[in-house]
Design a protein around this ligand. Structure first.
Ligand SMILES: [Zn+2]
Length: 68
């Protein structure tokens, strides 16, 4: 247990539908809520921020040929 509390909730170590025993762990309610919250935030951030969104808004991003 990360916090030393007795585990009362079953958590998936890797998010998904893997219900095998080595993907399950017991967490207390507080730790489980925090982990679930962090995972949903991470998923949200992945959806919201595309990997290549570094250009300024309004500027057209043309591929610049650096090798002629
Ligand atoms: Zn805990």
């Amino acid at each position: 247990m990360p916090c030393g509390q007795p585990g009362t909730e079953v958590d998936h170590i890797r998010p998904g539908s893997d219900h095998s025993l080595d993907n399950l762990q017991l967490l207390c309610h507080a730790c489980h809520a925090r982990k679930t919250h962090a995972e949903s935030r991470a998923a949200w951030a992945l959806k919201r921020i595309p990997p290549k969104a570094k250009g300024r808004p309004g500027t057209r991003s043309e591929p610049t040929p650096d090798v002629w």
